[in-house]
Design a protein around this ligand. Sequence first.
Ligand code: FES
Length: 319
Amino acid sequence: MNEQLLKVQVHKRQLQGDGVVVLDLIPVGGTTLPAFEAGAHVDIHIAPDLVRQYSLCSDPADNATYRLGVLKDPASRGGSNGVHEKLLEGTEVQISAPRNLFPLAKGAKRSILIGGGIGITPMIAMAYALQARGEEFELHYCGRSRSRSAFLDELGNAAFAERVFTHFDDEAAGQKLDMDAVLGQAQAGVHVYTCGPSGFMDWVIGEAGTRGYADDHIHREYFQVEVDSSGASFEVVAARSGKTVQVAEGQSIVAALKTVGIKVAMSCEQGACGTCLCDVLEGEPDHRDVFLTDEEKATNEQMLLCCSRAKSAKLVLDI
Ligand code: FES
């Protein structure tokens, strides 16, 4: 992937809640950053071969600063630890231009934003954008406890503060997220957005589905996926070079290809971003990502090489 990277500097760094670092990034050698839409993310090049994606949570109308919130993950494979340890105030770092895989629908009658934990980040940018558009929305922020949650001051002081509702596991029952009240039954033009831990999102998506919301009115962004890399060994043929490699049990296709000198561009390494998407020329993939839709998976025309495996003994890939 040959893309133009942006050089930015950590202008301000704050620790908020329990283990969340909030970074304000400003351009190096300029005063403005490329415009972004609510829901967009950037790739942060934390170190060579360590690229991670984080949602922008600042006001999209602010073209001088990008804000991110990164939770320190105890199971971090380098990403969140790298951000917490390396991105200190004054540090310069390269990032991609913003990309949006989680856009707001156009012309919605009402938008219901439901964020769990650090999944609140894209929702904050969405709330700024919906407020600026003058559209109807509400933002629900769910977390374990108030003291562990970041961004509460910002949300409490925002122009849309009266549209923000918090729901904490350790507070009174009356403030818990009540899906009957929040989602009710689906109505025309009402869209639901969710981001957070996968179990939380599955619950929100399931509730919306059973209440009659159409799938294209339930918008989601997964940021944390447990990758299951178990499964039998299989063969991969890289059609462009004709190289063949055996993918061992527990090994990813990307790792196997690397052993024969084929490098695959990756970002999330969790089947969530689509960076490692590849055309399948032959064979049957065992899809383990959350990026492709069920319909796309059923065609078996493409697969994600960071996490998916094979149901057939051999895959021929357009790489
Ligand atoms: S690197 Fe993100 S889906 Fe594979």
